[in-house]
Design a protein around this ligand. Structure first.
Ligand SMILES: Cc1cc2nc3c(=O)[nH]c(=O)nc-3n(C[C@H](O)[C@H](O)[C@H](O)COP(=O)(O)OP(=O)(O)OC[C@H]3O[C@@H](n4cnc5c(N)ncnc54)[C@H](O)[C@@H]3O)c2cc1C
Length: 459
């Protein structure tokens, strides 16, 4: 046994570390199309102090550290591109506090979406958090580390906007508190009126520190959730439909989606509209507002509401598990998506591009656009499915996604959860002074370059 392995065992105990070939095989890949790369060790800490000791060891030995939640980002963000330690955070999964009146929860850095959802349902049924459509096993800290979006994103913004404080183990091993917890026992605000230091860690994909604790905003869990579905065959009308809907200021979530299979969906743009209320009268009033807002498109025969009687239960699921079924349409269970964050006016151009790319690369698409914070922008998901046993198909999907990212950058979009190549494309285009600022931050926070190296590599 080498010295590093022994030191890791001393920190987390024998059951918390492995370099067995079969474990390294699993931790070398993610479900997307990128090539696997093996780590040297997999370590699963249980406490912040253990994370700190691992990072101190990694600094001494100059070993890369890749923080990992559930590894489901799909863009290879936890593939250890330069080997080293994969730090599996899942054993740090405790809910530390719920402040009911201030509506926030404090959780450990490996707590999954499912654990928090179940805890709230059981103990605080009138509170909820913004659940993404990712599998329930994915983690809250990772989701904010990549600026994820969830069910309440149209109402309240990116899930990372809902952070109310953080405990971070810095790449040099110090433990640091961000926001109101740095001044007292309350986790109600990540920034204002202090300088908002959370931006040094949110969106950095684990390259500037490890989130070991996290405060998260909670919101009222209304008694009734409802859904309507509007359908049009004209992509050019979707931005106007979005605009009319967001003017209402009453919608939980709005998603426009289109896909060619099953055939019943082909050629149409479906806009799923979620809303909530505490009483039937409130729901009916909101439903009437939604119908009225879109009446002009019905009068012009450009669209109409679809009956959701038989799909309602599936649509109201959180997370919506049906999304993953798309991966199995070409059989072999794979899909990956590029998700540019962009302005809603560009919906028609992106829709045309997806269809063009699917044809050019002979791959199956399913696309959607989720509104963010009342339509200031949208996450346009360009998803392609593939069969994992078909390397040629995986290569075509990868090429199609690369072309999608190049297109998005040309259109002025910001790539979401970009893989390391998309990060490089982004850094080539970004303003030189912005890149320099990123360099200064990285150099100062991670002087040895050990944190998730290969990602946001600006040094
Ligand atoms: C079917 C499906 C649907 C999806 N729907 C959505 C959706 O609606 N909204 C959405 O936002 N995403 C969605 N996703 C994408 C993704 O699964 C989520 O963003 C998810 O939250 C990622 O969590 P994870 O734990 O798997 O992250 P990981 O892949 O483990 O990590 C993601 C990034 O965070 C970093 N990281 C992990 N833990 C920490 C930590 N403690 N501290 C610092 N950095 C850390 C990692 O290094 C990596 O860079 C979907 C994915 C699938 C497969």
């Amino acid at each position: 046994m080498n010295d590093v392995m022994q030191s890791l065992i001393d920190i987390v105990g024998e059951r918390g570390v492995s370099n067995a070939a079969e474990e390294l095989w699993f931790y070398s890949r993610d479900p997307g199309v990128l090539e696997p790369h093996k780590p040297d060790y997999v370590v699963a800490p249980k406490t912040t102090e253990q994370v700190q000791k691992i990072v101190q060891l990694a600094n001494r030995e100059k070993i890369p550290v890749v923080p990992m939640g559930n590894g489901m980002a799909l863009t290879g963000l936890v593939i250890p591109l330069k080997g080293g330690i994969v730090l599996d955070m899942k054993r740090m999964n405790k809910i530390l506090e719920v402040n009911e009146k201030a509506r926030y929860a404090v959780v450990e850095g490996g707590t999954s979406q499912g654990v928090l959802k179940a805890y709230l349902q059981e103990n605080y049924p009138h509170l909820r958090h913004s659940i993404p459509d990712a599998p329930s096993t994915t983690t809250i800290a990772a989701n904010v580390a990549l600026h994820g979006q969830g069910r309440l994103t149209n109402q309240y913004g990116f899930n990372s906007d809902m952070v109310t404080g953080m405990e971070i183990v810095l790449p040099t091993g110090e433990i640091c508190l961000i926001g109101s917890p740095s001044l007292g026992p309350y986790w109600f605000s990540k920034g204002p009126t202090l300088p908002d230091l959370s931006g040094l860690f949110l969106g950095w994909l684990g390259t500037t520190g490890i989130i070991t604790k996290l405060g998260l905003k909670l919101f009222p869990n209304k008694k009734i959730r409802e859904v309507e579905m509007f359908v049009t065959d004209k992509a050019e009308l979707v931005p106007e439909i979005f605009y009319k809907l967001t003017h209402l200021e009453i919608l939980e979530d709005v998603n426009a989606w289109f896909q060619p299979k099953p055939l019943i969906f082909k050629g149409n743009f479906h806009i799923t509209i979620y809303f909530t209320g505490d009483a039937e009268e409130e729901i009916e009033f909101k439903r009437r507002m939604i119908w009225d807002a879109l009446q002009e498109f019905i009068d012009s025969k450009d669209g109409g509401f679809m009956n959701v009687q038989y799909t309602k239960d599936m649509l109201l699921e959180m997370p919506q598990r049906g999304i993953a079924n798309f991966a199995d349409v070409p059989k072999g269970g794979g899909f990956e998506y590029s998700g540019p964050i962009t302005i809603i006016e560009h919906f028609p151009q992106y829709a045309a591009k997806v269809i063009e790319l699917a044809k050019k690369y002979d791959v199956l698409y399913a696309s959607s656009a989720r509104l963010i914070c009342g339509g200031h922008c949208m996450m346009f998901s360009i998803s392609f499915a593939f069969n994992r046993n078909n390397p040629a198909m995986m290569k075509r999907v990868k090429e199609a996604l690369d072309e999608a990212t190049a297109f998005a950058l040309e259109m002025g979009a910001v790539p979401w959860k970009p893989n390391f190549m998309e990060q490089q494309m982004t850094m080539k285009k970004i303003h030189p002074a912005t890149l320099k600022l990123m360099q200064m931050i990285k150099r100062n926070l991670d002087p040895q370059g050990i944190m998730n190296p290969g990602n946001w590599e600006v040094i």
